[in-house]
Design a binder for this molecule. Structure first.
Ligand code: PMP
Length: 466
């Protein structure tokens, strides 16, 4: 095979193509185009191995909340590695980072919570939450109550169970998912989902009715839990319509269905409160979180449960056998020490206040710059998470044909302008920068994105696609 153009210049690219299988990547296109090799990071920026600088508009994968350097987090890891590099938490073993972190998470939880369990990723956290719900219902003597309701366009991960919760049909089709017992209800996105003239409140009422009808159709005695991201992230950054969670929670309470809040993106300040649950008045039974928990310096995720769930799990030892679930690295001491230090840094930076102020600036700027653009159908977001959705026809909210690859083109044009953008389904471009991003950096990010969008608009006009 002829080596790709950039491979000749760059041995990293050739070695990558020869040896690496990438997540979410077209392998054949990759063999031609090669990778973008990121060599180092500082603040909200990263540099590639050719020395080119980029602003990271999505904090990697919505996760590098403190940006791309922190001596304090590096020191916390180093210190813990020297003291106790590994210990586990099986069969009542423990260590101080695990105890300290759990105490801090319980103190910071959005509602009274009881215990914290650990995993390594968002997917594992959601898998664990499903197993907790199933074990809980077995333990308290209602083994038929097992079905889980999620939403179309939700993103809860990619393992077999969490990938089933994820509501993206393409992800299901290619892997023969979902598994049995996982049901999807409609996406709460007013822009595409509402009927003409339907208010947010009426749309929310219709979605709550759909949920109730789904529970009644399945049989309330068989429905165990409802999973939701407070703001839907990777499915397209969709904010719930006004009154949605109030109405959804009333239905769940009526039929004794648990609420699992997936705070993997929203947790730790992203929406302008410490938790997305606080932004939308959600009282969950279980919270899953990851990403910003450790500022993504090391992999760690947490599952925070209330006392009702804990009491059920605790009774399980006598009724069905001791809780037989855990990972080698559940509560890994080095990851826990880094997470602990991360939470201290959030407190010292008053991260929530910063997001409120900087986020308001980001939202205002995105609206000012993009709402009037001929290709932009909707600008949406809250706190420091946002999206612009590109459409072929603004009046009818019609998206471009996927074959036009408008979102990927914008991501590519962004790279040329020095901003790393993430294109989601429906040509939606996400913004979820490091939480520490300052006003002038936000302005630069938006300027670079605007230049990239202008370049793509010219391309599309030239091809008569708009
Ligand atoms: N839940 C949400 C809301 C997410 O955004 C993600 C990842 N983007 C996950 C779960 C899965 O996390 P991971 O990739 O760490 O498995």
């Amino acid at each position: 095979m002829t080596p790709p153009a950039n491979a000749a210049r760059n041995s990293n690219a050739a070695r990558d193509i020869a040896n690496v299988l990438h997540p979410y990547t077209d392998h054949r296109a990759h063999a031609v185009n090669g990778p973008l090799v990121i060599a180092r990071g500082e603040g909200v920026r990263v540099w590639d191995d050719q020395g080119k600088e980029y602003i990271e508009a999505v904090a990697g994968l919505w996760c590098a909340s403190l940006g791309f350097d922190s001596k304090r987090l590096a020191d916390a890891a180093h210190k813990q590695m020297l003291k106790l590099p590994f210990y586990h938490a099986f069969t009542a073993k423990s260590h101080e980072p695990l105890i300290d972190l759990s105490e801090m998470l319980i103190e910071r939880a959005p509602c009274p919570m009881s215990k914290v369990f650990y995993a390594n990723s968002g997917s594992e956290a959601n898998d664990t939450a499903i197993k907790m719900v199933w074990y809980y219902n077995n333990a308290i003597g209602r083994p038929e109550k097992k079905k889980i309701i999620s939403r179309l366009k939700a993103y809860h991960g990619i393992t077999i169970a969490s990938g089933s919760l994820t509501g993206l049909p393409a992800n299901h089709k290619m892997f023969d998912l979902p598994i049995a017992g996982i049901i999807h209800v409609s996406t709460p996105h007013h822009y595409h989902g509402a009927k003409p003239g339907e208010s947010e409140e009426d749309f929310a009422t219709r979605l709550a009715t759909e949920l109730e009808e789904t529970i009644l159709r399945e049989g309330p005695e068989t429905v165990a839990a409802f999973f939701a991201e407070p703001v839907m992230g990777a499915g397209g950054v969709m904010l719930p319509p006004a009154t949605y969670f109030e109405k959804i929670q009333a239905v769940l309470r009526k039929y004794d269905v648990l609420f699992v809040a997936d705070e993997v993106i929203c947790g730790f300040g992203r929406t302008g409160n410490y938790w997305g649950c606080q932004t939308y008045d959600i009282t969950p039974d279980i919270i899953t979180c990851a990403k910003a928990l450790s500022a993504s310096f090391l992999p760690i995720s947490a599952i925070i449960i209330n006392d009702k769930i804990f009491q059920g799990l605790a009774d399980g030892s006598a009724t069905i056998g001791t809780w037989g679930h855990g990972f080698t690295y559940s509560g890994h001491p080095v990851a826990a020490a880094v997470a602990l230090e991360t939470l201290k840094i959030y407190d010292e930076l008053n991260i929530v206040d910063h997001v409120k102020t900087a986020g308001a600036h980001m939202q205002k700027l995105l609206r000012e710059r993009f709402e009037g653009h001929p290709l932009v159908g909707e600008v949406r977001g809250i706190g420091m998470v946002a999206a612009i959705e590109l459409v072929a026809d603004k009046a009818n909210k019609k998206n471009f044909e996927p074959s036009a690859k408008v979102g990927p083109r914008l991501a590519k044009a962004g790279e040329a302008e020095g901003v790393i953008l993430r294109g989601l389904a429906n040509d939606t471009i996400a913004f979820s920068p490091p939480l520490i991003m300052k006003t002038d950096e936000i302005e630069q990010m938006v300027d670079r994105t605007a230049r990239a969008l202008d370049a793509v608009t010219v391309q599309l006009r030239r091809e008569s696609l708009t």
